[in-house]
Design a protein around this ligand. Structure first.
Ligand SMILES: [Zn+2]
Length: 586
């Protein structure tokens, strides 16, 4: 005997939303594909993670510190390490710009010299050439505006927040990590202030869009949002926020305020994140912004100079939520400069002054939570609900470290990648599997076929681990380098050295000093500039045992012995023996 079973599907947990969901329940069977995809994903993660972690730990790990390998975490580590490699391999190239301040009757503006190069036409690759361009541009030189073009640009309001977008934005604007954002969003959800946060849809269903008016009324009751809510144009423009298919694919709609609950007691990150979600919700309902972007070409001394300027015509939604600063690209410096109003084509101007600016090309920036999440999303790594956890896992395992807002791989993480086969590091393969899982969720792909592929791949991995050669992955990362303050002190076969040795940092403490092995704890003491406790078991060149305390000298870059203060003569001799450790360590 079987009774019909319906599933209750909730995206928020206010009484009203639950009542609404109860009236719209679908038969359980409607969720079969989604459930099959979730099960296949969990099984695949388990199979690959468990087997690869065990196989590679046995082959390359050290006793007591297994390696951690996973279908999503390893390609994510690879993305971070790849960026680090790009930065290390990067050599800055110097270039010069010639910047001229022109004086027109309407005001002054700055133009940058333009060459004929397709890319970066403002860059002059030699100082001599820059000086030759500069020479005739003396104050008072006549110039003329060759062209003046103004384009009106429409900046559409943003869509609503998916979890990934919320995490990226909270990282850029508030400096919150992906995990902190997920945690805060979960608390806001538990307090019935926002809808379900683990979603990768930026859209609403038609049914939910119909509740926007009511939510606005709720948000407008809080003084902080009263004026902003009154500024929302009526009738509401919710049509662009509705996409049924996308919400169905994701399982939940975008994150929006419920419009009920109490925000009075919110503080810290929770308050800041709620504000971000509320403003994004309002901004999505505001009109587009309008900008005038002007490009001005001025000619003087047979050279051309370009000036670009932006004037805000209508702030639109930007009055509610300022666009987040672009984190990854360094802005073009002439961009957004002020252009005096009223300039016309053909107008005569004068050179006020001209200068050469020395510049150099910049390495790509380190990844941040925001840019890593964007990369993971692009490669189809993980789901919105799991990305923050993957990153925290890499941090906890010491494969990745966080410094302020940036992420970088550790020596240990890079060594792990060195011993793992390319297929498990490659974001392409995992991304392809994620697309298969989406196919399963949509009922277009067979979950058994997917798992069959995963099983044979896992077998291959284990076989690789069994047969391949390779060193064991070192464990120690003892902290920031005491000499350069930037690198990390990491263990290798010979000792503990600065990870920035390629950049010329010479900090190094050998594993063995005068025949005695140092422990990581002792090395940490030395790195902190402290003197160790008295250690026994050193051997002098003549084979005599002795005991001493150790200290690292910044001046000599070597370990020095500190002897008991019996006689000053002995102490001096101790210092002259300082270099012993370095010789006996190899
Ligand atoms: Zn260093």
């Amino acid at each position: 005997m079987s009774k019909p079973v319906d599933r209750l599907w909730l995206s928020e947990n206010t009484p009203e939303a639950i009542r609404r969901a109860l009236s719209q329940m679908k038969p359980l069977g409607a969720y079969d594909h989604l459930a099959a995809a979730a099960k296949a994903r969990a099984e695949a993660d388990w199979l690959v993670g468990l087997n690869a972690t065990r196989a590679f730990s046995l082959r390359h790990g050290r006793p007591g510190s297994p390696l951690s390998v996973g279908r999503v975490q390893t390609p994510t580590l690879r993305l971070i390490a790849d960026r680090d490699r790009e930065i290390i391999a990067f050599t800055p190239v110097p270039y010069w710009q010639v910047a001229v301040t022109f004086q027109a009757t309407q005001g002054a503006y700055v133009g940058l010299w333009q060459g004929s190069a397709k890319e970066h036409p403002d860059r002059i690759m030699s100082l001599n050439e820059a000086q030759a361009i500069l020479a005739p541009l003396t104050p008072g030189t006549r110039g003329q505006i060759l062209s003046l073009e103004t384009k009106r640009v429409t900046l559409k309001p943003p869509l609503l927040y998916s979890l990934n977008d919320l995490q990226k934005d909270a990282n850029r604007r508030l400096g919150m990590t992906a995990q902190q954002t997920l945690d805060a969003a979960q608390r806001l959800y538990d307090q019935h202030l926002v809808t379900y946060p683990r979603t990768d849809s930026r859209y609403l269903t038609g049914d939910v869009a119909a509740t926007v008016t009511q939510r606005l009324r709720g948000v407008g009751q809080w003084p902080a949002y009263q004026d902003l809510v009154e500024g929302v144009p009526r009738p509401l423009r919710t049509r662009r926020l509705v996409n049924e298919a996308d919400v169905n694919r994701a399982g939940h709609h975008a994150i929006i305020p419920t419009g009920s609950g109490s925000i009075g007691s919110l503080a810290g990150r929770d308050a800041a994140l709620f504000d971000l979600i509320a403003r994004r919700f309002l901004a999505a309902l505001y009109p587009a912004g309008l900008d005038d972007r002007t490009t001005l070409i001025t000619e003087a001394a047979s050279h051309r100079f370009k000036t670009t300027g932006v004037a805000v015509v209508e702030a639109g939604w930007r009055g509610v939520l300022k666009p987040a600063p672009a984190s990854d690209s360094d802005a073009d410096e002439a961009e957004g400069a002020a252009i005096p109003p009223g300039l016309v084509e053909g107008q005569a101007v004068n050179v006020d002054h001209a200068e050469i600016r020395a510049r150099e090309t910049k390495a790509p920036p380190r990844l941040s939570d925001a840019s890593l999440l964007a990369l993971m999303e692009k490669h189809g790594l993980g789901t919105p609900a799991t990305r923050a956890r993957i990153l925290e896992l890499l941090l906890a395992r010491d494969y990745v470290m966080r410094e302020k807002k940036t992420l970088q791989s550790t020596e240990k993480g890079r060594q792990l990648l060195e011993v793992l086969p390319e297929t498990i590091q490659s974001p392409e393969l995992t991304g392809r599997w994620e697309r298969s899982l989406e196919g399963v969720a949509e009922g277009q792909e067979d979950p058994d076929h997917f798992l069959h592929q995963i099983r044979s791949y896992t077998k291959e991995l284990v076989e690789t681990a069994r047969t391949q050669q390779g060193a064991r992955v070192a464990e120690e990362d003892l902290g920031a380098c005491p000499v350069c303050q930037i690198g990390r002190v990491v263990g290798n076969a010979k000792g503990w050295g600065c990870s920035r040795w390629r950049e010329g940092c010479s900090f190094m403490i050998w594993r063995t000093v005068a025949g005695k092995k140092l422990t990581p704890a002792q090395v940490k003491t030395l790195m902190a500039g402290k003197t160790t406790a008295t250690l026994k078991g050193f051997k002098s060149k003549s084979g005599k045992s002795f005991q001493a305390r150790l200290k690292y000298s910044q001046e000599s870059g070597r370990i020095e012995f500190v002897f008991q203060e019996k006689s000053p003569a002995k102490r001096r001799r101790g210092k002259t023996q300082a270099a012993m450790g370095a010789k006996s360590g190899t």
